[in-house]
Design a protein. Sequence first.
Length: 385
Amino acid sequence: MKQKLLSFGGRTPRAPDRAQAAAAAGARRRRKRTGRQTLYYLLILLVAAAVVAVLSLTVFFRIEKLEVAGVTKYAAEEIIEASGVKVGDNLFRVNARRVEKKLTQQFPYVEGVALRRTLPATLTLEIAQAKPLGAVSTAAGYVVIGKTGRVLEIGAASVPQDVMTVTGMYLYDPKVGQKLGEGYTKEETDEADKEAYGFLLLSRLMDAVEETDFGEVSLVDFSNQLDMMLVYDNRLLIDLGGGTELPYKLRFAKKVIEDELSDTFEGRLDVSLAPTTNEIYSWPGDIRQELEKRRLTAAAQAGEGDKKPTVHSDNPDLAVIPGTAPSSGAEAAGSSSEEAASSASPQDDLFATIPGTAPSSAPEESSAAPSEAAPESSPPASPAA
């Protein structure tokens, strides 16, 4: 059965006032008008920006001044002319990649290019100039190699200033502007691999030199990649052995040079077995003769009876298990070798490598990873007490 619910009253809704209705309608109209005006302003702004952009790329910002920064190897006029950029070109329409490609192809020492725009009308070509890593000695002159492996010069008459000489490094057919090991045919893959591996060894050695702050290295020899050597300060010939543990070997050699050898000491240090024996062996002598012996009598392993090595093993910071002394290497040849050494040609002509042929003493398996096995296999020398 349905029951009627009683209501105890309450406010009865009133019809909206005419004035309020009119005010609400006016507010709605104003909001619509404001929205349309905002859209119009945005469209006008976009059109204005487009016009300014078009004018900037066609009429305004014409180049009035061209500058070159960061390069010392080439004249600024050469760089500007080769870039293809001219006065009157639009400042913002110059293609940076195109300019960099042109300059790196034409100038071997140009490694990279960046554009700096200075309003209203100046464009600066900022050049990243390549830094030589070494000058490879060949019968036809020096081949200057950059830190990226790019060939910077071929047939240079002398070694550039503050650049070390590299001997015994395999070069097949280097070309200016081309990286070592690149640009060869499939039939030349083996030669390309040998060339690339030679540069890899050089890079590893120079990274170790920089890491240890070793100092002035004037010559590096890779005639035997299992018995590499370098010349320090034009007075010390340092036998490194293979390409492993190079930072350790150089750190140990640096400590011995600074703590135990005089500033005038000239001769040879053997650090090839330092990682396993904690010992370095030194022989005083004329390094020019040692270099010549290395070239002429690489197969001779006879030790010099009147010159015994001095053992340096007091190195607590680098302590490892002591072992036996390494072999003295090419200590001496016969009297004919001594005569050849006394009449040796200048150091820059030693270990000459002809492009297109492997160095005479380089192993056939030079593309294989280096190891320390070769120095350990020879008979140990008898160190002095």
